[in-house]
Every structure is written in C-alpha cells, then in structure tokens.
Write a protein that binds this ligand. Structure first.
Ligand code: SF4
Ligand code: SF4
Length: 272
C-alpha cells in the first residue's frame, strides 16, 4: 500500500509554493484593514468607535475623510471593521506587511487613497548582509522574547514541504555564534532584554536583526521592550504566515523586489 502511495505521489502535482505566483493578497484571510472608497462620500461621522475598539491603538481618525493606520502595530483582528459596521473600513486580505523601514508601515489615507513614499536606501549593514546572503541564504537563531509562541508555530511551518525554507538556504541554528541573523518574536519583556542582546552581541558580522510578528515590531498589546538596535527587517502580522515570513526573508536577501507602500497602493488601485 505504501509503495502504491509513493508511486502516486511521484505523479501528483507539486504542492510546494511557487514564489513567482505568490500574491500579497489572500482573499480568504482578514489581512490589514483599509478604508473603502465609501469614506469619500463623507459618511464617516468621526464617532471614533473604530479607534476605541482597536486593542493596539493602531487606527486614528484624523477627520471625516482622513484615517491613519500603523500596520506595524495592527494585529489584523478585524475589530475596527466590525465596530464601524458602515463599510468605511474593510478587511483587505493584504498580508505582505514587511519593510526594512518601520515608518513605511504607517499610512495616512485621505478620501480612501494615499501616495506611496519610496523606501529609504539600504543601510551599510543591510547592504553587507544582502551581499553575504543573496546567493547562499542565511542561518538564524530564533529568540522567543516573551511572545505567545504563535510566531514560533509559523516558523516551524515554514520548514514544511509546502514552504520549504531550506530551499531558500534559510536554516535555524542552535548557537547565535553560528548564525547570520537573530529572528526574535514577542514584545521583549524586561527578562528577555539581556538574552536577546547577548544573542546579538556574540554574532559575527555582517548580521541582521529581524523583528518577526506584530509584538516584535511594536510591542502589540504590550509595552515594547529594549532591542539591541533598530531591527533591519520588520515583519507584521500576529502571527505572520510562513509564506509572508519567507517572502520577507527573500526581500531582505535581495531575491524579491518589494515595497510595502507600492504593493499596498497597487492593491488599493485595483479595488477602485
Ligand atoms: S489591530 Fe484590529 S482593530 Fe486595530 S487597526 Fe488592526 S484590525 Fe483594526
Ligand atoms: S470609520 Fe466608522 S467607526 Fe470609524 S469614525 Fe468613521 S464612522 Fe466611526
């Protein structure tokens, strides 16, 4: 029986993710909230219920036609959409919430639109890391810095046969001394500030610090603890899906040309 199944598998189509066909938008997922064009009609009465219901204060109503989101703090929980209930905000299914620049994850919309800003140039550290890893991938040490382990579940899944992190040459190592990057999750509690800093300090350069998940990016529901330095890559989502994490790694390595604001802008235009 087992032999028969193995033969069947040989002729089955591959389930492995095809990065050329991968999309930032997954309509079956909630993704980040975005304003709808209905807000243009001036119906928003600035009641601010969406703001009040947001557990991380990542939505701000600036006027009846202007709204700001901090997608680095957004849990993609959909509460603001439910709270509004008037279709001025919707769940977009947009999941590629990552950037080398924290500010790029903050967007102010006016009349349901925004103008994308170019991403800042790479720092010398990121350029050196990219040169080192573009062809061969990288090894990382994961540090769970007081999160809820959901990011770790997704990182585990990134090694399964669908996402296959090792195909990208991206692997986990036990000792930070052998790593090229530290990937940390969680808001970084007081007790985890030291271990995270130690993991970072013992690594040889060029190296990268990667904030994985909304809590690592902004603290999320908790106060944000001290990081050894400003992270080189911010990946939003609570937790981010394995394909989002791997695309973000590919972007950092220079294998995937991407700009969060450009991609979101393209999505918004396609929804008109
Ligand atoms: S955290 Fe939840 S309520 Fe706040 S902006 Fe994001 S989806 Fe909306
Ligand atoms: S978007 Fe909706 S919930 Fe938010 S202030 Fe406007 S009407 Fe109120």
């Amino acid at each position: 029986m087992r032999s028969l199944l193995e033969i069947k598998n040989i002729f089955s189509p591959s389930q492995i993710i095809d990065w050329k066909k991968a999309s930032p938008v997954h309509p079956k997922n909630r993704g980040i909230p975005v304003p709808t064009l209905k807000i243009k009609e001036g119906g928003c009465n600035e009641c601010k219920v969406c703001e009040t219901e947001c557990p991380t204060h990542s939505v701000k109503i600036l006027s009846n036609d202007s709204i700001r989101f901090d997608y680095g703090a957004c849990l993609q929980c959909g509460s603001c959409v439910t709270a509004c209930g008037k279709d001025y905000i919707k769940n977009s299914g947009f999941l590629y919430v990552f950037s080398k620049d924290r500010d790029s994850l903050r967007i102010t919309y006016t009349n349901g639109e925004f103008t994308p800003e170019p991403e800042p140039a790479d720092t010398a550290e990121v350029a050196a890391f990219r040169k080192l890893t573009r062809t061969n991938g990288f090894l990382y040490r994961e540090v769970a810095a007081a999160g809820n382990n959901s990011v770790e579940c997704e990182l585990n899944a990134s090694f399964n046969s669908v996402f296959d992190s090792e195909r990208e040459g991206v692997r986990i190592v036990a000792s930070p001394k052998h790593a090229d990057a530290v990937v940390f999750s969680g808001p970084v509690s007081k007790g985890m500030e030291g271990p995270l800093s130690d993991a970072w300090e013992v690594m040889a350069g060029p190296k990268a610090l990667i904030a994985c998940g909304t809590e690592a990016v902004s603290g999320g529901l908790y106060p944000k603890g001290k990081r050894p330095k400003e992270p080189d890559l911010f990946i939003g989502g609570d937790p981010p899906r394995p394909d989002v994490v791997l695309q973000a790694f590919r972007y950092l390595m220079g294998r995937f040309s991407f700009s969060f604001q450009e991609a979101l802008h393209k999505y918004m235009q396609s929804e008109k």
